[in-house]
Design a protein around this ligand. Structure first.
Ligand code: ADP
Ligand code: MG
Length: 261
């Protein structure tokens, strides 16, 4: 088997405020390999987003927040990197997309310019090559008439189209790992299915690893190869998708599965 793209060992996250300390992630372990989609599923407040922010080093600094354990990507220990070196990892190594596309998009810049900026982040290319790549990425994510739509502002697009633009921006970075934190939760069911199909298609073509976060087992069933179930900051169950769907061990997992038709 190939080496994992990402290895997480004994990850713990504690927050401190007003002299009180609360631990929200309690020793999480997992690996993800290239081309694989691992779903992190759990009810709201279980610690899924905090886990993903810890991987991206996007949590508050100590003493407000303390992270321990190990997060290795391509042999590099992220928890020990300076902020400057971490900034070079975000993007080409790990990119992240969020539930609300406007978190990632600047409302006053044209979408094509924002994708162009993501390309320039790690590649030196001529203006015309960048423009061609922007159009290629927009058509890859299913934006119709990309040569025209690249001039639109985020506010001129629907939520589903905006999320496609965000995915194009993430792909522009050619990451080894994409973390998707509830990327379809804010979208209606039809658009949600289209975005899941798009992500699956991209993975088939690029061998990117994906950590897909959701509270919805219906989405997990559509997209995951493997599943880990989080409850109160701990992974309480994990395994191959078919195994978890057909014979969940924990009552909590069966409760989450209750929502799958
Ligand atoms: P999920 O994504 O699974 O819905 P989160 O990871 O967002 O849950 O939150 C897990 C827990 O951590 C929650 O109890 C939340 O209130 C707490 N939490 C999240 N961010 C912070 C923060 N910056 N400071 C203190 N507590 C936080
Ligand atoms: Mg969350």
């Amino acid at each position: 088997m190939t080496d994992p793209v990402l290895s997480v060992r004994d990850l713990r996250v504690r927050f401190r405020s007003g002299g009180r300390e609360t631990q929200v992630v309690h020793g999480v372990d997992f690996d993800i390999r290239g081309g694989e989609t691992l779903a992190l599923v759990g009810e709201s407040g279980s610690g899924k987003s905090v886990t993903s922010f810890a991987l991206m080093r996007l949590l508050p600094e100590a003493p407000r927040c303390r992270i321990s354990g190990s997060v290795r990507i391509g042999g590099v220990e992220l928890l020990e990197l300076s902020e400057r070196r971490m900034a070079a990892i975000r993007g080409p190594r790990i990119a992240m997309i969020f539930q609300e596309p406007l978190t990632s998009l600047n409302p006053v810049h044209r979408v094509g310019d924002q994708i162009a900026e993501a390309i320039r982040f790690h590649r030196r290319m001529s203006r015309s090559a960048i423009r061609a790549r922007v159009i290629e990425l927009l058509s890859m994510v299913g934006i119709p008439d990309p040569a025209r739509r690249m001039h639109a502002y985020p506010g001129e697009m629907s939520g589903g189209m905006r999320q496609r633009v965000v995915i194009a921006m993430a792909l522009a970075l050619e990451p080894d790992l994409l973390i998707a934190d509830e990327p379809t939760t804010a979208l209606d069911v039809t658009v949600q299915a289209q975005i899941l199909e798009l992500l699956k298609d991209i993975q088939r073509r690029t061998n990117m690893a994906m950590l897909f976060i959701t509270h919805d087992f219906g989405v997990v069933a559509e997209i995951a190869d493997r599943v880990m179930v989080m409850y109160a900051g701990r992974i309480v169950e994990g395994g191959e998708l078919a195994e978890v769907l057909s014979s969940p061990r924990m009552p909590y997992t069966r409760g989450l599965l209750g929502s799958v038709p």
